[in-house]
Write a protein that binds this ligand. Structure first.
Ligand code: GTP
Ligand code: SPV
Ligand code: MN
Length: 600
């Protein structure tokens, strides 16, 4: 039982893992469509997934996870660098030797009764100078076909790797060995959260994950590689690996601009990237919806690629009104996880814009009716769908040179304080705004913190591979290397301001094009703004609100500088900055003092 590729180091690693995990079989993925279909069919035939009604949803399938395994597990995510201080205050650290020893004990024999799949994958177009290769070993066929959608996999990648190419070692197991004759679980995993591990060994560029079959825990290309490990490579090599969407915006005159945007998980990247503008004559096309790798081009501008090949997007809330392009795309060739199954073999979810069926099977596999207390779809139910099938994919989305970025948006869910849009004064002020972004904590189980702001610098808090202070310094250094007029402008946006009665003040979704319009007008030099202590805000008439109903009162609040709230904000930022110790870049401390002075 061995695999013979042309790459000796890869063969040796596969052998080593097989000896530890003791699978019944090893299979090297070729990446063909036929293989993809076979993986899905095998699971469906075994009752581990559902083929949807092909008249309604051609090429679509539904999978239900174990109820314990529905999202990333941040408290079980580890950065095991040699020195604890290098992991920084925002990461969980375990000494690499100890972590490896602990995990080896769990990996021992963990693939008994299963096949071990070897998936060579490329982040970015195969062969591009910007691309990086990984190999994921997994015992989950669900991971194999999701990786086929999310990345470029198979023989072509192996060819590219040659006999001695570098690759990131990604090991994944669901952590559920099967005894002789034992029937498999519907969704094998380790249900106890405290026994799952998502571990990163930065110095070895290696990822070890066990116990979860879900999304970012199991598709190791995504957050583990393309953000945490690539973030370290980016720091060392002078580029950026970011939790950002990339979109192309074209105005009625036919001029195009590329915009990147960092919003925390479930805060609107996919929606913005695929948005259908509500202002006539404007067009948005998609380059990426979750991750951007950015480097300087020969012309001194910052160029971004989307290293992925698919979208792993939040399903609930996706409708013909909120995101018509995504809604249309997921009618075919899409894998659904954790939505409800209707009696006619279709899927349904909350916020679909489709009336609830009288009866369905919910995401847990139980009978569901509109009277049920629990949602039919899990709030973090996801679709996996190929980027190439996006109805508004930008023709240049796979350009190995990337697209030149004119503006970077940042922003979280803030019901107060943060205006609809705020233009940073310069690069370092933009980094300052990136460092203070965050969302109000809403999860009911952290009761003592509800309402407090969780700072999530550049939406990277859960995805940092090293010290957050060093990361912010890296952003500052990137700017210092460039000529200021070629750097993208940074805009702090907030679609989530709420009135006292809890209503959203800004309609959001397609109407966010109105904010994008002001941003590119600013870049072109025509947009009107007022200078305020926190940055440049649109004048009241500068945002095009023709045809929508935003009350004058709400618009006032959306564009106001709430001094008192900002003074309270400063105290909270200072507190947060303390956690970075002497690794807080002095430039950010200076920005904070300057803000304080401007507000006084
Ligand atoms: P990840 O895939 O987790 O990284 O998330 P994402 O940033 O791509 O988030 P996504 O676009 O899937 O949005 C998640 C949630 O935010 C959905 O429930 C949307 O309905 C909601 N949302 C997105 N854009 C807006 C907006 O402009 N206004 C409001 N009010 N809600 C929005
Ligand atoms: C996120 O949580 O930001 C995601 C989903 O994009 S996952 O891939 O599971 O991390
Ligand atoms: Mn994400």
């Amino acid at each position: 039982m061995s695999i013979n590729t042309k790459h000796a180091a890869l063969n040796a690693w596969i052998k080593e893992i097989a000896e530890m995990c003791e699978p019944d079989d090893i299979y090297l993925c070729d990446g063909t469509q036929e293989e993809y279909q076979r993986m899905i069919d095998t699971m469906v035939d075994a009752g581990l997934g559902t083929k949807l009604n092909q008249d309604k949803k051609p090429g679509c399938y539904l999978f239900r996870s174990d109820p314990s395994d529905v999202a990333r597990v941040e408290k079980r995510t580890f950065i095991a660098c040699e020195k604890e201080e290098d992991a920084g205050p925002t990461n969980n650290w375990i000494a690499p030797d100890k972590l490896k020893a602990d995990m080896k004990a769990i990996y021992k024999g963990c693939m008994k009764g299963r096949t071990m799949y070897v998936i060579p994958f490329s982040m970015g177009p195969i062969g591009s100078f910007i691309s990086k290769i990984g190999v994921e070993i997994t015992d989950s066929p669900y991971v194999v076909f999701n990786m086929k959608i999310m990345t470029r996999i198979g023989t072509a990648v192996l060819e590219q790797l040659g006999t001695d190419g570098d690759f990131v070692r990604c090991l994944h197991s669901v952590g559920k060995p099967l005894a002789e004759g034992e029937k498999d679980a519907k969704w094998p995993c380790i249900p106890n959260v405290d026994e799952k591990y998502i571990s990163h060994f930065p110095e070895e560029r290696m990822i070890w994950s066990i116990g979860s079959g879900y999304g970012g825990n199991a598709l190791l290309s995504k957050k583990c590689f393309a953000l945490r490990i690539a973030g370290i490579q980016a720091r060392d090599e002078g580029w950026l690996a970011e939790h950002m969407l990339i979109l192309k915006l074209t105005n009625p005159e036919g001029q195009s601009y590329y915009v990147a945007g960092a919003f925390p998980s479930a805060c609107g990247k996919t929606n913005l990237a695929m948005m259908k503008p509500t202002i006539p004559g404007w067009k948005v096309e998609t380059v990426g919806d979750d991750i951007a790798w950015m480097r300087f081009g020969d012309d001194g501008r910052l160029y971004a690629i989307n290293p992925e090949a698919g979208f792993f997007g939040v399903v609930p809330g996706t409708s013909m009104t909120s995101n018509p392009n995504a809604f249309t795309q997921i009618q075919a060739d899409t894998v659904y996880t954790n939505v409800a199954l209707t009696d006619d073999g279709d899927v349904w979810w909350e916020g679909s814009g489709i009336p609830a069926p009288a009866h369905a099977i919910d995401w847990k596999g139980n009978d569901w009716t509109p009277d049920s207390k629990e949602p039919a779809a899990h709030p973090n139910a996801r679709f996996t769908t190929p980027a190439a099938l996006c109805p508004v994919i930008a023709p240049e989305w796979e350009d190995p040179n990337g697209v030149p970025i004119s503006a970077i948006l940042i922003g979280g869910r803030r019901k107060t304080t943060i205006p609809l849009v705020n233009e940073s004064l310069d690069w370092n002020h933009g980094i300052f705004l990136g460092s203070i972004m965050g969302s109000e904590i809403t999860t009911a189980d952290i009761t003592d913190k509800v309402g407090q702001v969780r700072r999530d610098p550049f939406a990277m808090l859960p995805f940092m591979g090293y010290h957050m202070g060093d990361y912010l310094k890296h952003w500052i250094d990137i700017g210092a290397k460039a000529s200021a007029d070629k750097l993208p402008k940074i805009y702090f946006v907030n679609w989530f301001r709420k009135g006292e009665d809890g209503h959203f003040m800004w309609p959001g979704f397609g109407d966010n094009s109105r904010v994008l319009k002001w941003i590119v007008e600013r870049i072109a030099g025509t947009g009107k703004a007022v200078s305020t202590p926190i940055g440049n805000l649109p004048t009241p008439d500068a945002i095009d609100i023709s045809g929508i109903s935003v009350s004058a009162d709400d618009l006032d609040h959306l564009l106001e500088v709430d001094k008192e709230a900002w003074i309270a904000e400063i105290a909270s930022i200072r507190e947060n900055y303390k956690s970075y110790g002497d690794r807080l870049p002095k430039e950010l401390d200076e920005e904070l003092s300057k803000l304080e002075k401007r507000l006084a």
